[in-house]
Ligand binder design. Structure first.
Ligand SMILES: Cc1cc2nc3c(=O)[nH]c(=O)nc-3n(C[C@H](O)[C@H](O)[C@H](O)COP(=O)(O)OP(=O)(O)OC[C@H]3O[C@@H](n4cnc5c(N)ncnc54)[C@H](O)[C@@H]3O)c2cc1C
Length: 317
């Protein structure tokens, strides 16, 4: 039977929901599904993974015990696990960590890797991703012994598929890496990662300045949303480039996207058109986004956002 593995990412001791979407991408392949986990997280992830159709959870350790985050070590240990279990197809997320790991694994294995996929057919070794700012969709076929795919976070929904997963330990043999992790800084920000957020609230030129973005952060907090921005807001130096959504920024697929003071240029749309629900708050009823969204609020964002924040705080306490 064919074997497919999914690289699992954890956050706050739980499997990232986007990983469950990546697992659902592998369901159709009729393969035995493996989950690869690091850092002693197998026990915490087992229940969730078996509820989503994983057959075997492999906790990868080394001769020194659990492997702390080091992209080089994780990639080399991951490859040893793939080779030991004879797994030829690997899925992960096109997240910050996933891009780092998958590209290293692909380079070490000299294997093809397709990043930011919105769908895969693991029997045919094909992957679908959008091109030309989302105006076209291309199908890529990978050839070779190994096939690697990075799924766009949240592009696929998690599909529950209850089963019984076996938990196994795999001990890799690692040499000293040339890459040294000096410090991992966590918890410096309580802000939600843009590419993995279920809800995104973004600001554009209509925000007027950097300080006004605070009202978006305040509104985002009670709904655990991430804050994004248009290129105009980034180019003006109001917010960091890491928050830019669009053709030259990040591609996002949240369940809800709230665009505040954003006109809806083709380039911005390229980064968020796959959102489940799009809501626009704009003064101009003829702004492009007002005709391309699910809910159009024709009003001043400085009236609507504080009112929305108040309501959300009321609801969430
Ligand atoms: C090669 C290339 C790549 C690009 N890549 C990107 C990209 O990745 N991402 C991106 O976003 N853009 C990108 N752009 C830029 C893009 O073309 C637009 O210029 C940009 O998206 C416009 O940003 P905006 O909607 O914030 O500003 P504007 O188009 O100026 O729109 C501002 C909107 O705010 C509304 N408004 C103003 N005040 C208020 C208020 N108080 N309340 C409510 N509404 C208000 C206005 O009615 C208006 O519709 C790219 C352009 C090029 C050429």
């Amino acid at each position: 039977m064919k074997r497919v593995a999914v690289l699992i990412e954890m956050k706050d001791g739980k499997v990232k929901p986007a990983c469950l979407g990546a697992i659902s991408a592998a369901h159709d392949s009729d393969a035995e599904l493996f989950a690869l986990v690091f850092k002693g997280t197998a026990a915490a992830s087992l229940e969730t993974l078996q509820a989503h159709g994983i057959d075997r959870v492999i906790e990868i350790t080394s001769q020194d015990g659990p492997i702390q985050w080091n992209a080089d070590h994780w990639a080399r240990a991951g490859i040893q696990a793939l080779q030991y279990y004879n797994i030829k197809t690997l899925l992960g997320l096109a997240s910050v960590q996933g891009k780092n790991l998958l590209s290293r694994i692909a380079a070490l294995l000299e294997a093809p890797l397709v990043m930011d996929c919105t769908a895969v057919n693991l029997s045919e070794h094909t992957a679908v991703k959008s091109q030309f700012s989302g105006r076209a969709v291309a199908e890529f076929k990978t050839r070779g012994e190994y096939h690697l795919y990075g799924m766009r976070p949240n592009a696929l929904s998690a599909v529950p598929s209850p089963g019984k997963a076996i938990l196994e330990m795999f001990q890799a043999v690692l040499e000293k890496s040339k890459l040294r992790v000096l410090e991992v800084q966590q918890g410096l920000s309580d802000r939600v990662d843009l590419t993995e957020a279920d809800i995104i609230i973004s600001g554009g030129r209509g925000m007027e300045n950097s300080d006004n973005f605070d009202i978006l952060f305040e509104c985002a907090r009670p709904m655990s949303a991430a804050v994004g921005a248009s290129r105009v807001a980034v180019d003006a130096g109001w917010v960091s480039h890491t928050m830019q959504v669009g053709q030259t920024g990040k591609t996002v697929s949240p369940k809800v996207y709230i665009a505040c003071g954003i006109s809806g240029s083709v380039q911005h749309f390229a980064g968020m058109k796959t959102a489940g629900i799009i809501m626009a708050i704009n003064l101009d009823p003829d702004a492009a986004i007002m005709h391309k969204c699910d809910y159009a609020v024709c009003a001043n964002l400085f009236d609507i956002i504080p009112a929305l924040t108040r309501k959300l705080k009321e609801i969430t306490g």
